[in-house]
Ligand binder design. Structure first.
Ligand code: OOG
Ligand code: MG
Length: 255
């Protein structure tokens, strides 16, 4: 049997070296609780290398995403400064195994938030909202995993781009979202696909971080989860997300 610390090293090394690995569940099926312990231990290894936690991402908050990966539990993971990519910049394929991109909404926190909160309390802790693109990159072969695998692997988190911050007064409950590759719309959806309203994802985020003994802090970014299925990334593509009332963001994909 491997210890949780050994499993943390296994997923961390796979992420650090962009190397695909067999699923943990092939040999060590994990409970959700142990999977979050592996995630926390693997993130400690990153922090020890100098990466800074700058927020969290929610995963599998829309039906489109649950269906795409065959896991139907909402999960979360940690974001670090090393994962942030520049809006309008070039994202290199080299640090990923088989990345996919998905359209999201981001929150910027202005007050601490954790535990059981209402949607109103959650929104009153928000400084701003923005369109976001998440780059997910499961470290597991063929992007296949069970719920314990994906949680241990930091919910596939590996990169993200955030657009211009807007006032949280803007109603984000049902905004049209169009994700285009090379100028061609590929995924068309609505922010309402995210748990019916992305604010519910923030409410879940507050509850889930609290169960890990953490909180959302002022300055934290929270990604609400993909509104549509994710699209496989390839070098040479340009990626553009347009979100109604929040503007557009994008990046180009390099080798
Ligand atoms: C798991 C992460 C899901 C989202 O936004 O739903 C996620 C995966 O699809 O690999 O980031
Ligand atoms: Mg996501």
């Amino acid at each position: 049997m491997k210890t949780l610390a050994e499993l943390a090293e296994y997923v961390d090394e796979a992420a650090r070296t962009a190397t695909e690995i067999p699923q943990i569940s092939d040999t060590h099926p994990l409970s959700v609780e142990d999977a979050y312990a592996v995630q926390a231990l693997s993130m400690q290894r990153r922090y020890a290398r100098g990466e800074k936690r700058i927020g969290i991402k929610m995963g599998l908050t829309s039906r489109a995403k649950m269906i795409q990966v065959g896991v139907s539990d909402v999960t979360w993971g940690r974001l670090t400064d090393a994962m942030r990519e520049e809006e309008g910049g070039v994202v290199s394929m080299s640090r990923f195994v088989h990345p996919r991109v998905e359209p999201e909404i981001a929150f910027l926190m202005k007050k601490p938030l954790s535990g059981k909160v209402s949607a109103l309390e959650a929104m009153s802790a928000v400084e701003a909202v923005a369109p976001a693109l998440e780059i997910i990159d499961s470290r597991y072969k063929a992007f296949k995993f069970d719920v314990g695998d994906v949680i241990a692997d930091n919910s596939s988190s590996s990169g993200f781009v955030v657009g211009t911050w807007h006032s949280p007064e803007i109603d984000i409950s049902n905004l049209g979202m169009v994700l285009s590759i090379n100028g061609r719309p590929q995924e068309i959806g609505s922010s309402a696909a995210i748990l019916g309203n992305p604010v519910r994802s923030l409410v879940s985020a507050a509850r889930m971080v609290a169960s890990a003994g953490e909180e959302l802090k002022p300055g934290d970014i929270v990604l609400a989860g993909g509104a549509t299925a994710a699209i496989p990334m390839e070098a040479g593509q340009s990626v553009l997300l347009e979100v109604e009332n929040l503007g557009q963001i994008g990046f180009n994909i390099g080798d």
